[in-house]
Design a binder for this molecule. Sequence first.
Ligand SMILES: C=C(O[C@@H]1C=C(C(=O)O)C=C[C@H]1O)C(=O)O
Ligand SMILES: NC(=O)CC[C@H](N)C(=O)O
Length: 790
Amino acid sequence: MTSELPRILLVDSYDSFTYKSVATYTFQAVQLIISNSLASLCRKAIPNSQVHIIKNDDTNLADLQSYLPYFSAVIVGPGPGSPDVPEDVGLVKDLWNLDDPHLLPVFGVCLGLQSLALEHGAALRRLSVVKHGQVSTVEHTGTDIFKGVGPVDAVRYHSLHVELSGAKNIEELASTHDAENGRVVMAIRHSTRPFWAVQYHPESVLTQGGGIEIMLNFWRLACAWSSSHGRVTRPWDQMADGVFGTPWPYTRPPPSTPRTNTPLASSTIKLSIPGLSAPDICEVLGVDDDSSPFVMLESAAQPGRFTIIGCLTSTSLRVTYSIGDNFIHLANGESCDQIDLGSRDVWSWLTSFMNKRKVIGGSPEIPFWGGLIGYLSYELGVESLRVSGEKIHTEARHPDVNLVFVERSIVLDSTSGNIYLQSIMEDDDEWLTEMVVQLHSAARNYSTYSSFNASPSSTKARPNTSTIILPDRDHYRSRIDMAKEYLFAGESYELCLTANTRITLNDPLAPKASSTYSPSWQRYKHLRELNPAPHAAYLRLHPTTLLASSPERFLSFSRSPGATYQLRPIKGTVRKGPNITRAVAEKALRGSRKEVAENLMIVDLIRHDLHGAVGENVEVKQFCTVEEYKTVWQLVSVIEGKPADDADQAASHYANGALGWEVLRRSLPPGSMTGAPKKRSVEILRQLEDEERNVYSGVFGYWCAGGGGDWSVTIRSCFKYDDRYECDAHSWTKFNNPDFYPGVHEPEHWVIGAGGAITALSDPDAEWDEMLTKLQSVLRVFGAAVPRGH
Ligand SMILES: C=C(O[C@@H]1C=C(C(=O)O)C=C[C@H]1O)C(=O)O
Ligand SMILES: NC(=O)CC[C@H](N)C(=O)O
């Protein structure tokens, strides 16, 4: 090899795509998720390595061969499916048959090992008991890629394995032994060609001893082979650069047009008014007027801390977008404009929208100064994965993006008890002063009369006035069985299966929605009492109303410079009950191989996602901790990433949180709601689930115009669509029209989604029960309970 920097080609078997010729296709910036942690491991082991990632079907070998001379070695990543299915392995299969002039060192992982072995005559078998996210002790020869390596405990993600008895030129380097499967091959090498491979996942967070050590040895052996065979890497040139572009990690360029307008200044007043709750404040602000939009993100339980209430005005801008449209709606209380997206997507449109609205000077103690609040649907995330199979329906869709730009807000800090009134509108002191008076006066009133916002009994449906359509038990169980078939076949490691419950409320005697009474607000107050949650929300963004009591943060990002990106996936749920103490829950969750494996798989998936979005600095800060919620115990992990310094600086200078927005775009839909690997799992789930998920399984939260953001997973929530609100071209007048409420009774149609992660170890009855437990936490707000054993 020459003094050129080591160039590694990482072939990702994440999924299949139609073939694109190298001649016409550049590989840069494609949606690659699964290989990012492997790329990171590679960069840690091989100093200064330049890792270029392609997918296994981005090209064919004939084309790729002309580029192989630029690379020092190839790494072949893991993937769903089977090595004997051409679409699953793509060009990987051909790498093992390179002719001598093109030969170069190759390192295979999992599917990569299986493909190498199969190509040389090994037999492919299914494991008797599949191993997904499970740690096994690996016994090795201590030679070759294991030279100098001590004990190895490695994470396995496989349903298939190879038997080497009929294989030619393949030597076994390591194996494991488990009670269910007996001896299973864990590492191999080719006896004459420079090919090595491991069956386990060296990049998993729980793999010990067999990660970086193996990669280092591979690199040492690769260099030795190249020099003994006189192989010299071709110097990188413009042509290669044109095809492969920037190596991983892809740095995010700052927006091409730096912000030119003056930042908005935040004015803040800090108050301490004991006894005034978040719902009290909402009522002072007019939440009872059902025809007006209203937003509150509430920390209604630990570990949540801040509650953010939007004080919307008739000029507050609403942004809505539905998949399939090439426009967004931008509306306020007076008008509604349809804005053509042109060549942009909704994500980049919102980036420029926020780029013009940078806010400075807010209180550093609080995370929100003003900005976008609302939700993003599950399908919006799915769309950016470009999954194959049935298309997302685009006709008459409800909004997939539904946000409001909040200029006046109230933030409550539950730790200090402080209340922050703030505005980013120009010369808004009058409003601030007026609000101070109103809040003080409300506090006096509420302490004189007992708080008037206790939830009224009117949220309970009277007998025979509600219809609840629960998922069908047998159908759900049959879907669990089908999901397990996919897992046994190696198509996925974990699938988060969900189903919708529909509630229709049709009580002509119930109080009607009006400008002084909001049934959905009353229902929300009931929900926050029944299921107080750290990520609660009341979002009345017509046509959608969302009531959330989620325990799960998806992504929060702090302001640049020094921004961190934190994800907090939950996997592992135990229903609370009189005998379920913390010790019992710890045993059932942390002590359970099944629950820890479920959580680990999502942690590994999120590490991939975050590596893909922020680059190298990704750390698991907390692994599998048991947290207590109102109705359940949950197993929670925390993963944090930091952007590279230059990207962080650029983010703080130009784009007020655009980097966080980019991380969000690249990590949706939430891995805890899909399973792993993400893309194939989403495709399978679309086969298994009968309906779209819509708001459920997406995220809700905020993007602060001062730079931070916090988005929660939309679970333990219910939503409804109100078709009366439409953004007819250029008119949004219905919002403002006091006569609009005809005062007639209209039925309400609510949806609650619930589900859980299915793994090969899942018991269908227990999974059904777990789904009901989650459903129950919200269904009770309708005065309904699911009978056990339903
Ligand atoms: C699918 C849901 O929850 C998800 C699944 C969990 C699990 O399988 O343990 C836990 C939290 C969520 O990520 C839901 O609440 O509907
Ligand atoms: N992690 C992997 O690459 C899995 C390979 C294959 N799909 C299996 O399940 O065995």
